[in-house]
Design a binder for this molecule. Sequence first.
Ligand SMILES: Cc1cc2nc3c(=O)[nH]c(=O)nc-3n(C[C@H](O)[C@H](O)[C@H](O)COP(=O)(O)OP(=O)(O)OC[C@H]3O[C@@H](n4cnc5c(N)ncnc54)[C@H](O)[C@@H]3O)c2cc1C
Length: 448
Amino acid sequence: MADASMDTTADMQTCDVLVVGGGPAGSTIATLLARQGRQVVLLEKEHHPRFHIGESLLPGNVELFDQLGVREQVDKIGMPKYGIEFVPPDLDYCSYVDFAEGWDPTKDSAWQVRRSELDEILFRHATKEGAVTLEGAHVRQVDFDADGATVRAVLDDGAQRTWRARFVVDASGRDTVLANKFKSKKKNPKHNSTALFGHFRNARRLEGKREGNISICWFQHGWFWFIPLADGTTSVGAVCWAYYLKARDKPLKDYFYDTIAMCPELHDRLKDATLVDDAVHATGNFAYSSTHATGDRYLMLGDAFTFIDPMFSSGVFLAMQSAFDGAKMVATALDNPAALPAARQAVEKKMREGPRDYSWFIYRVTNPTIRDMFMHPKNVFNAKQGLMSLLAADLEPAPGYRRSLFMFKVVYYFVSLINFRRTWAGWKRHSFNVQDHGTLRGETILKS
Ligand SMILES: Cc1cc2nc3c(=O)[nH]c(=O)nc-3n(C[C@H](O)[C@H](O)[C@H](O)COP(=O)(O)OP(=O)(O)OC[C@H]3O[C@@H](n4cnc5c(N)ncnc54)[C@H](O)[C@@H]3O)c2cc1C
């Protein structure tokens, strides 16, 4: 990232907090800090509205939008979403769960959104709340010293700008500006997937209240999302094990259609649909985490700190929640440095909790026992209630929540144990899937 040729004598401006990246995490913390009366500068390398994948939100987001004061705007662009449909590859029925079945039945809905629209709402809101926001400003260098940091950015026209900040927030998403600088980014060896996706017109959706629900469709090499958007288009993506994409031997679009054909139910829902702009995209999905999220003069938020598989649509929620938690820590760093070690510790703990809760399910989701439990969800020991609160991102809702999640795991381990052979085969397959298998064909590998 360091660029020795950058002109460090250019006019230097000062601020309390400089935020790198105007996605959900960056715009949220910029709003909250500006409300505290701080001088905040928010730099975004692109221009809103810009494309971003990650269109399915969770009920946990709603409260955060409320607190920011943007709920009405999000409601206008969003497709209401009340639950999840699970579509198995080998059964002739689907399973439906509703967020209202969680511990707090009022947290019953969220939205599917175009991220270009959502992220623009959040970014413009930060400006309205008093942050200085700049688009087309690519942060190239961050240097820390005892008093703060010097941040250098290059603008669209090649001009260079420099800021002196007392504190830096890295919300650069998967660009992970600070984790790269500190070499603190570690790939998660337990997960190794990639995504292929496109948008369709005229896809057959569920009917009635379920129309906006997300569908998760399993297939041999991973899982699909099916996300109905408010303008009538539907986002469809395949999250595949890395070996599968590496085995690609034809144009991306053809490969995507072949992949869809592996999931008969999805194939049927798309049989009369057309691909918008004829465009299919691919993105590496590799899960990672930085070894730490905080320092005396900095904080990493959202994907800039950690990325987990998007199966449960938790990314935007976790990014925004980390901004809410982080804003308190930044205030402590600026106003009461003596209390900073404790505040850092609290944020480090909190930022790991959510991803850890989701990851437990993500690592096991190819396991037949979990699949059975998702296909026949039962509320034994309130286990389903706990699961639904997690899937709604209502992470500390009621005293019984942790216990119910624990009981879900107890049931899982019990069922796994009595089906030992099936469990063992599932684990063998999972550890195979997460390995890097070069360019061999997935089909061949799976049969061998
Ligand atoms: C295939 C896939 C599917 C997903 N599906 C979902 C889903 O359904 N629901 C969900 O909630 N999440 C989903 N996610 C995850 C979600 O997209 C992210 O978790 C979320 O966007 C994180 O927000 P963020 O603000 O941390 O980062 P981002 O949204 O990535 O924002 C980072 C911003 O920083 C800017 N930036 C980067 N580097 C610089 C720089 N050097 N200088 C200035 N600006 C910079 C970028 O342009 C960007 O605007 C998905 C992710 C993937 C890969």
